[in-house]
Design a binder for this molecule. Structure first.
Ligand SMILES: C[S@@+](CC[C@H](N)C(=O)[O-])C[C@H]1O[C@@H](n2cnc3c(N)ncnc32)[C@H](O)[C@@H]1O
Ligand SMILES: [Zn+2]
Length: 271
């Protein structure tokens, strides 16, 4: 399924090394992932989310706070008629929680599911591969996805950037792209405790000849925190943590109210 980032030929795994016909080689890391980002294409030494953000996201997600979103994505995949043998790809997969959970839910619903994902953050992919060994992971940019053309049934993309052309290239005809972005009121209470004036998120539109918008919906639910540690994990996995004063952080951590989420979910079909 992976392709060579240097020459775009398919890679095959042989004795712990992914190799293409032109003999470009990429080691399979001990955790099981492969790094398919060429050094010259990296625009910083450690691109993507850092270790602290990754650990905070894992801690937060493991409490199941975003599971209603994952359940809805699994329902949408089943509703929109993909056949039971499904190749699923997570673009900007972070530490793999969504992909692994989705795959589990689809398997429980009777699907054969092969799951893979990429993220530009090496720490994220390391964690993903270490924890979820039933999925395949690569370090790579979503702007140059190292996957063969027309081989994927569903691309899931949650709160991560990507290229529409790349998503269209890897999807099979009629394949689905489930694109999740923050809705206008996402984490509103958190923003209010940090900014004097907090603006709602604005919704973006996919404007591409490759896709038709199949459906779009908003999913909203409250996060009910039990401890300040859970609030801290949420704060740390957002960009707000890195751009706010200690006083503002304390204000949010000590607040007792819940925090609202809102997800804008677009289901796009490749034409
Ligand atoms: C907000 S996190 C979302 C992670 C995961 N989808 C989730 O919802 O938990 C954004 C992720 O996108 C990754 N990322 C940012 N730019 C990227 C790029 N160009 N290619 C691949 N991943 C990227 C970051 O490293 C980070 O893991
Ligand atoms: Zn090659």
């Amino acid at each position: 399924m992976w392709i060579c980032p240097a020459c775009r030929l398919p890679l095959s795994l042989d004795a712990g090394t992914w190799r293409c016909a032109a003999n470009h080689c990429y080691d399979r890391a001990k955790e099981g992932y492969v790094n398919l980002q060429l050094a010259q294409e990296r625009n910083s030494k450690a691109p993507g989310d850092n270790k602290e953000m990754i650990l905070a996201r894992r801690e937060f997600l493991q409490h199941g706070f975003y599971d209603p979103l994952i359940e809805r994505i699994a329902e949408l995949i089943q509703l929109h008629g993909q056949h039971p043998d499904l190749a699923l790809f997570d673009a900007g997969c972070g530490e793999g929680y969504y992909l692994a959970q989705l795959c589990r839910q689809l398997k429980n619903a009777g699907y054969q599911c092969s799951a893979s994902g990429c993220d530009i953050s090496k720490v994220a992919v390391q964690r993903a591969a270490k924890t979820h060994n039933d999925c395949q992971f690569a370090v790579a940019s979503t702007f140059k996805i190292p996957v063969e053309d027309h081989t994927i049934d569903v691309v899931v993309q949650v709160f991560a950037p990507s290229s529409e052309d790349e998503v269209a290239r890897i999807l099979k005809p009629n394949g689905l792209w489930i694109l999740v972005n923050p809705g206008p009121m996402h984490l509103q209470q958190l923003k209010e405790s940090i900014y004097a004036e907090s603006k709602p998120h604005t919704l973006s539109q996919v404007d591409s000849q490759n896709f038709s918008l199949h459906c779009r919906e908003s999913l909203a639910f409250d996060l009910n925190f039990q401890t300040p540690e859970q609030r801290l994990a949420l704060l740390k996995m957002t960009p707000y943590y890195w751009h706010t004063s200690e006083q503002n952080k304390q204000q949010f951590l000590q607040a007792e109210n819940n925090c609202q989420t809102e997800f804008d979910i677009q289901v796009l079909r490749k034409m």
